[in-house]
Design a protein around this ligand. Structure first.
Ligand code: HEC
Length: 296
């Protein structure tokens, strides 16, 4: 994609424009771009099982790993977008330098955004190649608004560079990324697990769907994302909504009200049976630290 390169209007655009003429094959520069960065001092936290091991500014990361141009279809913008971006593998190598144990590509990660979006993801995926942290929107120095709430995705937006990496389910794109944590799902979200349910039970099937798709936005027992409402405490969703309504809502929320939950047309009836079984199982396994602490 070489189209859309503007003539530089200001001296500070020059470096950006020169990098752009390389059409996505720009050599990594080891100085930050001269173009406007919305929050140059923004930081990224690197954690291991809840403990922050390093906090690095995006400027420092740019200097350490270099910035490249990435162009690919973006499922949130519904079109091809071009970003200046840091190769994620090198970002992880810097952030977790000195971290001992198994190679990063074999570990489990959780990505946390400022708005509460929370993505469990395998290191294998992050290291398959093509993952980048976008730090500038090439077409719009103040970033094109994203998502149903027209949010600003800066200062760091996870993007993927390959044509085969455009599904949000397999290649999630959290914006406003703030924390990259090495941790396993059961360690990060222990109270979301329907302990004691058989491995082939509907509840376990529902849990798998929740862990894959819903935990990004919804907490169960106060663990998980904070974009949507908590689904289990103080009352479970299946305790105050009719089951048929819960199922229909999950499949297509926009037939009820215009809101910020995406439709899930790909869920089968068995997936929905599983989710309802999972919610029922969790309604008998409530864990509410705020209630225990006497908070409202
Ligand atoms: C991108 C974020 C996001 C994802 C992913 C998501 N939800 Fe939601 N969900 C929301 C938001 C936000 C709401 C609040 C209502 C709204 O805006 O429509 C909501 C509302 C709900 C409600 C309705 C609560 C009520 O008021 O009755 C249920 C049930 C629900 N979600 C279940 C799920 C399940 C199950 C999944 C996974 C298959 C899921 N959601 C995936 C964001 C999300």
């Amino acid at each position: 994609m070489c189209s859309g390169v503007r003539r530089p209007r200001f001296a500070r655009d020059l470096a950006l424009a020169l990098a752009l003429t390389a059409c996505g094959r720009a050599a990594p520069s080891h100085a930050p771009d001269a173009a406007v960065s919305v929050e140059p001092r923004a930081t990224l936290d690197f954690r291991v099982e809840g403990r922050t091991v390093r906090r690095v500014t995006l400027e420092e990361l740019e200097r350490a790993v270099g910035v490249e141009t990435v162009t690919n279809f973006d499922a949130y913008y519904h079109r091809v977008k071009t970003f200046r971006a840091l190769p994620l593998q090198r970002v992880l190598a810097v952030g977790f330098a000195g971290e001992t144990g198994a190679p990063l590509a074999t570990r489990q990660f959780v990505l946390r955004a400022r708005d509460g979006y929370t993505v469990p993801i395998a290191g294998e995926r992050l290291f398959e190649g093509g993952a980048y942290l976008a730090v500038r929107d090439v077409e719009n120095p103040s970033w094109e608004p994203i998502g149903p709430q027209r949010a600003n995705p800066s200062p760091a937006y996870l993007v993927w560079g390959e044509a085969a990496q455009t599904s949000l389910e397999t290649h999630p794109r959290p914006w406003q990324l703030a924390v990259i944590e090495i941790t396993r799902f059961e360690v990060a979200f222990p109270h979301t697990v329907p302990t004691g349910e058989g491995p082939d039970s509907p509840a376990m099937r529902g849990f798998a769907v929740y862990a894959q798709q819903c935990v990004r936005c919804h907490a169960v027992n106060r663990e998980g994302g904070r974009v949507g409402p908590e689904l289990n405490v103080p009352q479970s969703i299946v305790e105050y909504r009719p089951e048929a309504q819960v199922r229909a809502y999950i499949r297509n929320p926009l037939t009820f009200r215009y809101g910020n939950m995406p439709a899930h047309p790909g869920l089968t009836d068995a997936d929905l049976d599983g989710l309802v079984a999972y919610f029922r199982a969790m309604s008998t396994r409530k864990h509410d630290p705020d209630a225990d602490a006497g908070a409202p």
